[in-house]
Ligand binder design. Sequence first.
Ligand SMILES: Nc1nc2c(ncn2[C@@H]2O[C@H](COP(=O)(O)OP(=O)(O)OP(=O)(O)O)[C@@H](O)[C@H]2O)c(=O)[nH]1
Ligand SMILES: [Mg+2]
Length: 301
Amino acid sequence: MSDLKESTTDDYIDTSRELITNFSFDACKLGNQGYSRLLLQLFGFPGNGKSSFINSCIFALGEKKTFENWTKAAKSAGGDTTCRIPYKLTETITMVDNRGMPTLADHETGEIYAQLGNLVRLDEEVEWCDDFQKNLDRLLELNIDSDFGKSDFIVPIFVHSVSSKVPQEEKESYRIMLETARKLTGITPVILLTHKSKGGQRQMCSIFEDLGIAPQKIYATENYTEEDHQKLREKDEQILKILSQILEDVKFVLRSEREATTEKKNRMKFVLKYLSEIKKEEKEMLPSPPSPPNEKKCIFS
Ligand SMILES: Nc1nc2c(ncn2[C@@H]2O[C@H](COP(=O)(O)OP(=O)(O)OP(=O)(O)O)[C@@H](O)[C@H]2O)c(=O)[nH]1
Ligand SMILES: [Mg+2]
């Protein structure tokens, strides 16, 4: 009985590795529709396991036989990845380790949308500040007359540890952030819960369900890490299942017509509009200048 289960799992692992490795937009129902690269864009708070998930995917895919900390996932509390670093998983699939967002503050979420929208170059330090004009100039400079990212299909993946708290007072900001990521990319973000072995997965799932994410879009994993990277069948299976499911969703979306060529332009417009709305709100919140004292005019002069 146990032998049968083992061989079924091994077959599953081999088949899904093959499907993931051979994934190509050309094989989608309506052809590639102008896409040539799938960007799995990881985002989330620092230290929640983004870089470790990429390590886990590389290891589970089995090309590399021994574990290495390819992404430099760190032991510190976070904030270690400061560039958008691409890791080529297969010919078509690239995982992007985006800079962790320190807080949900507005200019920082503006930054994460510029990264998610693929408007900031890969492999370059993410320079962002709270100066609206500088950010705007930087985006325009980078994107006008530039072809980068025009054939990328983006899947946003929000990485969150099961043991990171979601404070009650921040739930609405989470909801808005996930909804904005959906509007920007046209794809509902996948929620990836890490540190699965710590428990509390059920509770964390229901928090994200309450924030509007369908249960089928929420996954949990225990990453391979420097401390614990003993190759396990169940772990490989779990990670490959997540990747396979994401690919199935991409294929489903591409059963309908999409416009790869205009999508980047629309993402640019979306982020510029978002930034100018932040600017407008900031202005409205500034105290209005004191009104000039009433000039007393002599009506007889
Ligand atoms: N036990 C366990 N440890 C994990 C897991 N995922 C990540 N870690 C550990 O958590 C720490 C932070 O993980 P990273 O992958 O560097 O987190 P990150 O989100 O990339 O962080 P920044 O790059 O700083 O934004 C590292 O020490 C990892 O080994 C997990 O699923 N289980
Ligand atoms: Mg990292």
